[in-house]
Design a protein around this ligand. Sequence first.
Ligand code: SF4
Length: 607
Amino acid sequence: MNGYGGHILRVNLTTGKITKSPTPADLARDYMGGRGFGAYFLYKEVPKGADPLGPDNKLIVSSGPLSGLMIPGAGKCDFACKSPLTGGYASASLGGLFTAEIKYAGLDSIILEGASDKPVYLFIDDNRIELRDASTLWGKGAITLETELKEKLGDEFQIACIGPAAENGVLYAHINHDFGRQAGRGGVGTVMGAKKIKAIAIRGTQSVPVADMAAYRKAGMALYKACKDSDGLKPWQTYGTTMVVSWCDEIGALPTRNFSAGSFEQGKTLYGPVIREQIVINDKGCFGCPSPCGKYSRLSRYGTRVEGPEYETIGMVGSNLGIADAEDVAQINFLCDEWGIDTISAGGAIAWAMECYEKGILTQADTDGLELKFGNVQAVFTLIEKIAKREGLGALLADGTKRAAQKTGKGSERFAIQVKGMEQSAYATHNATAMLLSYMTADVGAHHNRSWAITYDLQVGREKVSDDKVARVIWLQHVRPAFDMMGACRLQWVELSVDLEMYPPALEAITGIKRTWKDLELVSERVWNLTRMFWARENENFGRNWDMPSPRFYTDAPTSGTTAGKITKLEDVNKLLDMYYEQRGWSSNGLPKPETLNRLGLSELGA
Ligand code: SF4
C-alpha cells in the first residue's frame, strides 16, 4: 500500500507470540495513521474498564504515511494507551529518528499487549523480531541505557526506552529516544514499564512504496524550499522553542510559582539568547528536518549534557518553581530525562507541593525535612529522585497532582493546576480564553499541542468569549492533530509559515489518495470524537465537569505582571463550554450526539 510500511506488528508479552498482519486499506483511508491508528486500536481492542497498568491495556506505536519520507520533519510517531495518570486516552508524539525505522522495517503500528513476567526488550531488525532478556538493563537510567544499547547493537538501531521511574510506576513516566526526545505525556512510559519492556530497538532497510515518484519529488522539494526561504528559519533554528520564553513573560503567559502569576521577575535569565550563549553547544533535529529546533547543552557546573531545555521545561521547572538559573533548569531537565519522567507533570506536581508548603498545608514532617520553598533548586533535585523511586513525599507526587491533592485535602485541590488529571503545560491562561478552552477540551488532559490558540487570543482580544474563538480552537484541534496522523511535524507550518496547502499534494503523491484539507479535518474530527467516547466509556459520570479548568484561572487573579488583576469569570468559562459543545454537535453534558457519531461513521464501532 503506497505510503505505508504495510504491516501491523503484534507482540504479546504474556505468551511471547509475535505476529504480523497486512495494514487494512480501509483503516488507512478512515484513520490515516499515527494518532488515528492509535485511537482506533485503543477503542476497538482495549476492553472497557481495563486496568491501565494491567495486561489488558495496550501500548500502540504508530507511524503515518509521511513518516520516513523526504518531507520536512516527517519523523513523528504516536504512542497511545489508556492513561494511568488520567484514566482516559493517552497519546504522546515522539520525534527523532525512531519512526523512519518503523516504516523501513515494513511496519505501520507496533501493538504491545499482555505483560511479561520478566524484563525484556523488543529487538526488530527488519523481519527478524525477538523478545530479548533485559534483566541486566532493568534499573538503568534512560539516557545511560540508550548509550549502552547503541554501543551493543550498533548506531543504526534506533532506541525507545524507559528509565527507573517507569519501572517504579510513576504515573507520568515517559519514553526516551535519541538522548532527550520523549513521548512525554500521560504515562505512556509507565504502561511500557508495567509490561516490563525496557526498550524497543529497531532497524529497517526496506523501501516505502510511493504512488507517484515525480510528483513526490516535486512536492517534497517545494516544501523544503519553502522552509529554506522562510524568514522564520534563522531565529527558529538559533533559539528553537526558547525564543517563546521572553514573549510569554511579556504577555503574562509564563507560568510562575504554580501559575499564580504569568510573568517572572527574574525571568530574563531564562530567555532564549541567554540560554544559547550560556549552555547550548549544538543544534539537533528530527528525521528529515530542515529547521532543527532541538538544542544540545553542556552544563559545566554539573558535568552533564542534555537535549534542551525546551520552552515547556523552562516554564514548568524554571519559572513555575521560582528557579531563574539556566544551568539549574537544564540540570533538572537532565535528571528528569535520566530517571524517565515528564518534565511538565513533574514541574506541575512539585509546584503544587511548593505552594502547599508555603501555605502551611504541607510541613517538613510531610516533605522528609525538605525546605520546599519556591526557588530551592537543591530540594527539587532531591525530590525528582524521590519521585522516581516513590520515596516519602515522592510517592505522593508520583501519582500526579490531582491524586496528591485529593489525598492531602485541606483545600489543596485549588492549587492543583490540571484538567482531567493531567498537569497543565506551560501557558498561564488567567484571561486568555481561547487557550484556556484549548486546555479544558484537549483530548488527553491539559496539554497545549492540540490547540495552541494563545496567539489568536492576542489577535482578537484575550478576554473575548465568542463563537469565532471557539471555532478557531476546534479548527486547530483538527489541523494540528492531522499532522500527528500524517506522521510529520507541524512546526514548519506554525513557526516558518509554510503554507498548509502544500501538504495535501505531497500526501497524494505518496499515497495515491487525493485529499483536501477538508478531508483531513474530517478524519481528525472522527478521531477527536472517538477519543471522547473512549473517555466516556472508561469513566463513570464522564461529562462537563471533567472539562473544568483549575479554579485558579477563574478565582485567583495574579497580583503582579502583565495580567495582574485578570481572570476569566466562571460565567464565561461555562459560556465557552456551551458554545464548544454546540459547535461540535455534543450534548450540553459534552457527549457526542448520535447524529454526530453517525455523520462521522463511528456508530459502527459501537461508539
Ligand atoms: Fe523536530 Fe523541531 Fe524539526 Fe519539528 S522543527 S521536526 S520538532 S527538530
